[in-house]
Ligand binder design. Structure first.
Ligand SMILES: [Zn+2]
Length: 398
């Protein structure tokens, strides 16, 4: 596994590609790659298209006997619906999203399955989730990118300045892609990495002096997709006070557990900014009182334990994602500063090169991890978990 097919230059993940070191500007490191004359793309027909999502969510809502409410939360830049499915009536709130990067598709499969199961299954466990939690699931929040099987959305800088005329004098944001390579053609269809477009100030209005920005600075809510997620988050805040838990389902390249050849199934993380109480995190000090990294660590431990309990490989190979990050423009970073416990899932294999290999297995592993979180939050057991065990989750060879 190692060496054979590692990483390419396309280790997209929640973080790496745009983390500054690899993409210093709004250009991409993969731009210089040679363009092969024939690019064989693995099949992705087993994943879910936007049309299928629409159909499946409607079916689930209809057969749920009132347990699942599906609403259009907003629209993508190209006018596709962004959905939210609400399940349960508890006062603990969990927001889960998938496919913020359109080439990271397993999370959407997992989320649909879970919406159906939690909404329609009458086992004591599922009933408890519905009674204790309000779960808001947003599968496929970047549907234009989904349709193009790529990371960025489908939007030009001109469209941004049309929406925000005050940005006319500004340079395009650093996360604006205009390159072309063997996988994607951002040259003819530019787009933004919307997972750098979040800002912990949920009322932030774009200002020209904040552009082009960088990976260690907040985003601007210039994309309709991030605005939609932000609006759902704000709505939950005003209804419940706090969004207790925020889970973001991504994909990454292929790695092995550190010191072994065991291929990682997925990686977890709960920390995306330096702690506001530290020197490095001082710029976030206004959010210090509502930043609960220990709770995030407990949530990650809950996911880790649940998957470990399934037994050996492939489900046992869970690693801790890269730590010591400073990514306030990610949804995870911004929402962590608003009081949410946060969990990142990085599932193995970017769709453009990994295709739908191991899809069922990976989906099952993610579902198990997410259920571990939901059950521990519903019962309150999460608060008894030892947050320090987060640091015992093995690293990988990245
Ligand atoms: Zn991602």
């Amino acid at each position: 596994m190692k060496g054979k097919k590692k990483k390419l230059a396309l280790t997209c993940s929640a973080v790496l590609l745009s983390a500054g070191m690899l993409a210093p500007t709004y250009d991409s490191p993969v731009k210089a790659d040679p363009v092969p004359s024939v690019m064989k793309k693995p099949p992705v027909s087993g994943f879910i298209s936007h049309d299928e999502l629409t159909k499946k969510l409607n079916q689930i809502e209809k057969s749920s006997q009132g347990n699942v409410a599906v609403d259009v939360a907003g629209y993508s830049n190209q006018g596709r619906e962004i959905y939210k499915a609400t399940i349960g009536s508890g006062d603990k709130v969990v927001l889960i999203q998938s496919e913020i990067h359109g080439n990271e598709k397993v999370g959407t499969k997992a989320l649909l399955k879970m919406i159906k199961q939690i909404g329609s299954n009458n086992s004591p466990e599922m009933r408890q989730l519905r009674e204790e939690l309000t779960i808001v699931a947003m599968p496929m929040i970047n549907p234009d990118a989904t349709e193009l099987n790529r990371r960025g959305n489908d939007m030009t800088w001109d469209e941004v300045t049309a929406a925000f005329p005050q940005l006319e004098p500004a340079d395009p944001s650093w996360n604006y892609y205009t390159y072309k390579n063997q996988y994607w053609d951002y040259e003819s269809k530019p787009g933004f990495d919307m997972n750098r477009d979040f800002n912990p100030d949920l009322d932030y209005v774009p200002q020209p002096e904040d552009f082009p920005g960088s990976s260690s600075e907040p985003g601007w809510y210039i994309t309709p997709e991030s605005q939609t997620v932000r609006d759902v988050y704000k709505g939950l805040q005003s209804q419940f006070g706090t969004v207790d838990v925020f889970i973001d389902l991504h994909h990454q390249g292929e790695y092995a557990i550190e010191g072994t050849d065991d291929p990682v199934t997925f990686s977890l993380s709960g920390e995306f900014i330096p702690h506001p109480d530290t020197e490095e995190g001082e710029k976030y000090s206004e959010y210090a009182d509502q930043y609960h990294v220990d709770f995030s660590k407990q949530l990650n431990v809950a996911a880790y334990d649940a998957v470990q309990q399934m037994g050996n490989s492939p489900f046992g190979n869970i690693s801790l994602y890269e730590q010591d990050l400073d990514l306030p423009g990610t949804a995870l970073g911004s929402f962590a500063m608003n009081g949410s416990g946060t969990v990142l899932f990085e599932i193995t294999g970017q769709t453009q090169d990994f295709g739908q290999k191991k899809m069922g297995q990976l989906r099952k592993a993610v579902e198990t991890g997410v259920y571990g979180i939901l059950e521990n939050v519903a019962t309150g057991d999460v608060h008894d978990l030892d947050a320090d065990r987060y640091d015992d989750i093995p690293l990988d060879d990245r």
